[in-house]
Design a protein around this ligand. Structure first.
Ligand code: GLU
Length: 507
């Protein structure tokens, strides 16, 4: 049978990092098996409706490269169904669920429950006081047929509950967790249809996975307790269940469940901060999947070739933001400069350093900036950047003259007099150096080092203040790189002006 996976998010308004991992693993597995991949929207909880939330999911799926061949999509600004098994939005499938709920009632595998909220709340309280797990006490399961019919006739509100078989066991076979045996005693008579006529997740997920011919259900570990209820439904409908693969929880460093309170969990937030899609994909792939080799960087193609459920861990996966930073830095380094610059410009704009008008880009002081000039600035940080949003803070000095601090300007093994003298000497040397010698950092380095040795100076006491006079920063790229980039953007005069300002500051 052709493999078919589905990603079935509820439209909550943002995509949790764990959902991205689920979507990715569904995508990888279907692609690896030349199968189909479905995006189904589980929006039966009307109370949680959020405008635009479905569009957001769809946008992210395409943006992250997780293309699917079936499911809800956007065309000309409208939601459409792609594929033969639609509608793929559960809120549009109410009639289908109703039919299956009726079938369960007929066969005695589900029943009407007329208990109101008050009774259920009291029951919960009693059970809590007795320290037993809250469960419905099955009162309506044993109502007589006449009673049920009379209640229905009177128009009493009802839900439909699953009649869980008593004294039985369910065996969940899982591609990651292997075998889990569950006693039906522990299972609640789950609500399948709510009083508003919408199904609960448990009914709709089973009906849809069956009707959409899903072969592999891949989802988070938090759904394991629901799986036996689903398997019981497959059984009473006489359907073959799909294979299940549950993915380990994602944890904070302190091993608590990754939650919104402790930091960002939304994929959108990470993208906004300037994490690259490739890095995020690589990072979430490694949350629970262990390639068992030393390889750490994986393209999506490599992932789909190498992925396997045997290598998914059962233990929770710790979300380590430092690892994400490291990976992101690796991808930034690998990127070609024009592409990196294009992605970085919005962050320079946000930092108020660069603005765009009809003639192109400008620095905040009005200086025109060619694409090449911006590239030289970005190149300075390509080796160091961990995320794109850091760029503004890192290259601020490039856009306005530095404020000096003697402790930074003077090298710790040097002193004020020596620093001033060396700065004067190097300033004079650079003033007389042809502008074309600044074109490459390497040429400039060779020239300056030659000047240092010919004048019996030492590198440290010259190069440190040269660098800090240009950047004003304790840590920054090297003096030759900065000087070469400054020259490309503003001309040599800017270098001389900064050196003079630093000398003046020391007087
Ligand atoms: N709608 C569920 C969710 O939001 C899907 C669970 C499943 O994949 O079965 O996570």
């Amino acid at each position: 049978m052709k493999v078919k996976t589905r990603f079935a998010p509820s439209p909550t308004g943002y995509m949790h990092i764990g959902s991205l991992r689920t979507a990715l693993f569904c995508y990888l597995f279907s692609r690896q098996n030349k199968g189909d991949f479905v995006l189904r929207i589980e929006d039966t909880d009307q109370a949680r409706f959020i405008e635009g939330a479905i569009e957001k999911i769809i946008f992210l799926m395409h943006d992250m490269g997780l293309d699917y061949n079936e499911g809800v999509d956007v065309q000309n600004g409208r939601l459409i169904d792609k594929g033969e098994f639609g509608p793929y939005q559960q809120s549009k499938r109410r009639e289908i669920y109703k039919e299956y709920a009726q079938e369960l009632i007929k066969t005695g595998h589900a029943y009407y429950c007329f208990c109101d909220e008050r009774r259920l709340a009291d029951l919960r309280k009693q059970q809590e006081a007795m320290k037993i797990a809250p469960q419905y006490d099955k009162k309506c399961r044993y109502l007589s047929q006449t009673q049920v019919q009379s209640n229905l006739k009177q128009g009493l509100p009802y839900v439909i509950r699953q009649a869980i078989p008593e004294n039985s066991q369910v065996i969940v076979k899982d591609l990651v967790y292997k075998e889990i045996v569950i006693d039906t005693k522990t299972l609640d008579d789950q609500v399948l249809m709510k009083s508003d006529g919408f199904p609960t997740y448990h009914l709709s997920v089973v009906v849809d996975d069956h009707l959409m011919q899903i072969t592999h259900v891949i989802r988070g570990e938090e759904w394991i307790p629901s799986t036996p209820k689903h398997l019981l439904l497959y059984k009473v409908f006489n359907w073959d269940p799909p294979k299940f693969a549950h993915l380990p929880l994602i944890l904070n460093k302190d091993r608590s469940k990754l939650s919104k309170r402790q930091g960002d969990v939304a994929v959108e937030d990470y993208l906004k901060k300037g994490y690259l899609k490739e890095a995020l994909i690589n990072f979430v792939a490694l949350l629970g999947w262990n390639p068992k080799t030393d390889q750490e960087l994986f393209s999506i193609d490599e992932l789909s070739a190498q992925f396997s459920f045997e290598k998914v861990n059962r233990a929770g996966a710790v979300f380590d933001v430092e690892k994400l930073d490291w990976l992101n830095g690796m991808y930034i380094r690998k990127m070609d400069l024009p592409e990196l610059t294009r992605k970085t410009i919005p962050y320079l704009e946000k930092a108020g350093l660069v603005a765009k008008d009809k003639n192109g880009y400008k620095a905040a002081n009005g200086n025109a900036l060619s694409q090449e000039a911006i590239e030289s600035i970005v190149k300075l940080e390509q080796e160091r950047l961990k995320k794109l949003s850091e760029i503004g803070e890192r290259v601020k000095y490039f856009f306005s003259r530095p404020q000096y601090n003697p402790q930074i300007l003077i090298w710790k093994k040097s002193n004020l007099e020596q620093t001033k003298k060396n700065l004067q000497a190097v300033c004079e040397f650079l003033e007389n150096l042809d502008e074309k010698e600044f074109a490459s950092a390497q040429t400039l380095e060779a020239k300056i080092k030659q000047f240092i040795s010919e004048n019996n100076l030492e590198n440290g006491p010259v190069l440190w203040p040269l660098r800090t006079a240009l950047s004003g920063l304790e840590a920054s790229p090297g003096p030759f790189e900065i000087a070469s980039a400054l020259c490309r953007v503003y001309g040599k005069q800017e270098i001389i002006a900064r050196l003079r300002a630093a000398i003046k500051f020391l007087e």
